[in-house]
Design a protein around this ligand. Structure first.
Ligand code: FAD
Length: 399
């Protein structure tokens, strides 16, 4: 039998969140092993990865602070955002200048952010990227957690972190259940070429069947996220490109002229999930392994990036003082800082989803009144913008 190597930290899952945790800790001297089962892949649509994320301003600053943003190719700033519903013409415009910033956030292709983070880690002598690699077993003991990889390599460490996505294998191995709510909706994503340039404005239209967003990408292209009830989404996915564009133009309206071209489409089921425990002795869950939310405000990975940064700071601080960062004393600090933020965002996504899809009498009028109130009140608008762009949260420093 092979002997077991002692390392300082094991991270399972090398998506945007797991890689951010490793990147944030790479200068602490900790020997980190990150295990990712898949080679990086790109699902292109009109020359762009159709999986994109809006990274809010606060998290852009955080990724700059750890040196990852500088390696990112072709981010596309969101200078303003227009939100309206299908019953009121006016809607609200959120402008970055109102909060004295040059942008509210940046659109990035997920594969490019992953590539930037991997570039950073490949230069590090303390982070070992095992990819493609699998974990075949995990066992939690009092002093350490032990894993066996698919090639028979045995490792143990004071802590293992689950960053292995919504269907987390590690979470299941730990026997942690989920609270979940299925929206019975699917999010359809694709790259769209509009007739007019988007001028770095993000558009979100709330339809009774779910929100439709067109987000500004490089070269005047837009990334579309169209959330629709499952039967409608299935019908939309079955259409050919011409039929789909016809429905899309009708649903979105004339804001960007004719929507002329549509790349490859992909559909994702939309479910809110929250792990019943974010931490256990010698285990922490981060990113989609810990929680998933409706993409209507594009905040899913943003929550995960903050998980990664807060956990990194707790691990780095404990390590600096010679403490065991796999214990509940340390891991509780991470959970206590993250849970209120996660729950608040989750509740507001559920609330917005019901407010904008409800057909109950009076709700449309209430919605219109709310939009006018927010639109006309500079102070409320600024507060909403500062909160949703993560600018009210401090940037956690690690080293
Ligand atoms: C339609 C749609 C649109 C979205 N738009 C936005 C947006 O605009 N902004 C935003 O913030 N969020 C958005 N999100 C959410 C965002 O995509 C996710 O929150 C984000 O991808 C989560 O990152 P993660 O690293 O936690 O998990 P993942 O991206 O799922 O990565 C998990 C990684 O773990 C690996 N893995 C899994 N199991 C194992 C295993 N057993 N062993 C080893 N490795 C394993 C996987 O290969 C993968 O690389 C959207 C989601 C959807 C569905």
């Amino acid at each position: 039998m092979k002997h077991s190597e002692m390392v300082d930290l094991m991270i399972i899952g090398g998506g945007m969140v797991g890689l951010t945790l490793a990147a944030a800790l790479r200068d602490t001297g900790l020997h980190i092993v990150l295990i990712e089962r898949a080679e990086p892949s790109v699902h292109q649509s009109l020359g762009i990865d159709c999986r994109v994320s809006a990274i809010v301003r606060g998290n852009v600053e955080m990724l700059e602070a750890i040196g990852a943003w500088q390696h990112l190719q072709q981010p596309s700033p969101i200078a303003a955002m227009r939100v309206w519903d299908d019953q009121h013409d006016g809607g609200i415009r959120f402008d970055a200048l109102e909060i004295e910033r040059d942008c509210l956030g940046q659109m990035v292709e997920n594969s490019r952010l992953i590539a930037a983070l991997r570039t950073l880690l490949l230069r590090s002598d303390t982070v070992e990227l095992c990819c493609p690699a699998t974990v075949t077993s995990v066992a939690w003991r009092r002093e350490a957690v032990a894993v066996v990889l698919g090639d028979g390599r045995r490792l143990h460490a004071p802590l293992v972190v689950g960053a292995d996505g919504a269907h987390s294998w590690l979470r299941a191995q730990a026997g942690i259940d989920l609270w979940s709510h299925d929206f019975e909706q699917q999010g359809i994503v694709a790259t769209i070429k509009p007739q007019r340039h988007h001028q770095q404005v993000a558009y979100q239209r709330f339809l009774p069947t779910g929100p439709l967003a067109l987000l500004p990408m490089a070269d005047g292209l837009c990334s579309m996220v169209w959330s629709a009830h499952a039967p409608r989404a299935t019908a939309l996915m079955a259409l050919d490109d011409d039929g789909f564009l016809q429905d899309l133009n009708l649903a979105f309206g004339p804001q960007l002229g004719q929507l002329e071209e549509c790349g490859r489409r992909a559909a994702f089921p939309l479910t809110t999930r929250l792990a019943k425990h974010l931490v256990r002795p010698r285990l922490a869950l981060i990113g989609d392994a810990a929680h998933t939310i409706h993409p209507l405000a594009g905040l899913g990975v943003n929550l995960g990036l903050r998980d990664a940064m807060v956990l990194a700071r707790e691990i780095a601080d404990a390590h600096r003082f010679g403490e065991d960062y796999g214990t509940m004393e340390v891991l509780r600090q991470y959970r206590n800082q993250r849970l209120p933020d996660v729950l608040a965002v989750m509740a507001s996504m559920e609330g917005m989803h019901h407010l904008f899809t409800s057909t109950l009498p009076g709700v449309a009028a209430l919605r219109g009144l709310g939009m006018r109130l927010v639109g006309n009140s500079g102070a409320i608008k600024q507060m909403l913008m500062r909160n949703s762009t993560g600018l009210t949260l401090p940037v956690p420093r690690v080293v």
